[in-house]
Design a protein around this ligand. Structure first.
Ligand code: LRH
Length: 478
């Protein structure tokens, strides 16, 4: 076995990137080469909050063209993105820009779905925590809208699968991401046709499920020509749910560790071999999402760095530029006690005046609201650290994993204050990094398909641990 290079397209809610991964497991080599980075974000149209899919596709294909220019010997391409959102197709034609999961059309559909299949029954079948934007609720909204496109569509593809389709012409549903729709059986990993029928959704739009590591086949010739890619380059399904890819690259010992994949969201949980769908897990709103190699991502969504990025966006709305490292330094030197609010409160989900909503939460709960921006930032970090610590404790109790270490991966691993306060509030050491865990997980699954690496996730994680030494935060007295 020798090494080689693959290209990872990793799309987050605020930015996307194209990264080359050079892997040679036998030689202990795993390194990343950043090729392109571009903005992403919601676009508000008359019909609601959408993603600019065509802009994203343009940016990622430009990035891939750059990647092939730098490294003509790229062996394959893998794509991951945020979960739950989809595009509808009629033939090859995309029916409109995909909706953004923060659009509020979903809320109205929730009761209708639960009237047909009560939540407890839904949880037994799909094992998913309640999030108002799970695809199942979005599709119920789409089905009921007079202008909804579901009735026109002959296929539905989640965002990474939609990109895979544009690149190769092949329609598939990658399993880890399909597991976030709410329409996949938690025990079977296959579409739950009975549930789909009960909800009055058209079964024929769902594509065949494939597993991470499966090949989607070569690029369409026109795409290969546009990218300057050699003929025959294939697209490989990775853990196309970004969180599934991130968990692949957590350098942990799963029997004694929890992870926090911290970006826009803080995904806090443990990796299991079997799902936990007990009443207690349902009541704590824990999810059993599909992981790579059939593992289970038993976790809960905490609001994450969205609280900070959306506050900053609000403060910047009149054109003022805020320097994030400066704001975080000011937050670290706040000595006053700041409010610790419930970071899980659904009022923080939609875009807009987040500082105002934090102040409103404080007023309702009789605690003094932060005053300065530094105090707001500190209050957000303390609230996230408290939610992270509490969720790790719950994950441990619900799953039986005796958690000794917490791994923080993703952009949040760069936030030393957040990592330290998570260690302090949990009483456990925090190991921070890698920051690009999602891209690394994407790269490693492709590398295994290409024969540049082999073995179970544990072997891949050994490679990560050696290549990206984590930064350690010891818990201090609070
Ligand atoms: C993180 C994430 C998360 C989902 C949310 C929609 O990027 O994929 O796992 O719950 O976005």
């Amino acid at each position: 076995m020798s090494g080689g290079t693959v290209a990872a397209v990793d799309l987050g809610a605020t930015s996307g990137r194209v990264i080359l991964g050079h892997v040679d497991q036998a030689a202990g080599r795993l390194d990343l080469e950043h090729v392109a980075r571009f903005q992403n974000g919601p676009v508000r149209l008359a019909s609601g909050l959408h993603w600019d899919f065509t802009g994203l596709y343009r940016d990622l294909t430009r990035g891939l063209a750059d990647a092939f220019q730098r490294e003509p010997a790229v062996a394959s391409i893998g794509v991951d993105s945020w979960a739950v959102d989809y595009g509808l197709l009629r033939g090859d034609r995309l029916l409109g820009q995909p909706f953004h999961y923060r659009d509020d059309r979903n809320a109205a559909a929730v009761d209708g779905v639960h009237a047909i299949v009560p939540f407890a029954e839904l949880y037994r079948r799909n094992g998913l925590q309640f999030l108002p934007f799970n695809t199942v609720y979005q599709l119920a909204a789409e089905r009921d809208e007079p202008t909804g496109c579901l009735a026109l569509a002959d296929s539905l593809l989640l965002v990474p699968d939609l990109i895979g389709f544009e690149l190769t012409g092949r329609r598939v549903a990658e399993r880890t991401n399909a597991s976030t729709t709410g329409l996949v059986g938690v025990g079977t990993g296959e579409w739950d046709d009975e549930l789909i029928e009960q909800l009055g959704l058209p079964a024929s739009v769902f594509a065949p499920i494939v597993a991470p590591g499966d090949s989607l086949g070569p690029l369409r010739p026109a795409v290969a020509a546009e990218l300057g890619a050699p003929a025959g380059i294939e697209v490989v399904a990775v853990g196309s749910h970004d969180t599934a890819s991130a968990v692949v690259a957590v350098p942990m010992r799963a029997e004694s560790a929890a992870y926090i994949s911290c970006g826009t969201w803080g995904l806090v949980g443990v990796e299991l071999e079997q799902p936990v769908t007990t009443d207690a897990a349902r009541e704590a709103n824990f999810t059993n999402e599909g992981g790579v190699d059939g593992r289970v991502r038993f976790l809960h969504n905490v609001m994450g760095l969205w609280l900070l990025s959306e506050s900053v966006r609000w403060w910047e709305r009149d054109g003022e530029a805020i320097d994030l490292p400066e704001l975080l330094a000011a937050a670290a030197s706040v000595t006053a006690t700041v409010a610790v609010f419930d970071a899980d409160d659904p009022r923080f989900m939609s875009p807009g005046d987040l500082p105002g909503r934090i102040a409103e939460w404080c007023a309702e709960h009789g605690v003094p609201a932060p005053q300065s921006r530094a105090e707001f930032a500190r209050s957000i970090i303390e609230s996230l650290a408290e939610a992270f610590a509490g969720t790790v404790r719950q994950a441990s109790v619900l799953s039986g994993v005796d958690v000794e270490t917490i791994h923080v991966v993703g952009g949040g691993a760069l936030n030393a204050l957040l990592c330290q306060r998570t260690a302090d509030r949990s009483g456990l050491p925090v190991l921070a990094g890698p920051i690009e865990a999602t891209a690394i997980g994407n790269v490693l699954v492709q590398a295994r398909t290409q024969g540049f690496a082999s073995g179970p996730l544990e072997d891949l994680r050994d490679l990560v641990a050696a290549a990206f030494e984590p930064r350690r935060f010891e818990p201090r007295a609070r």
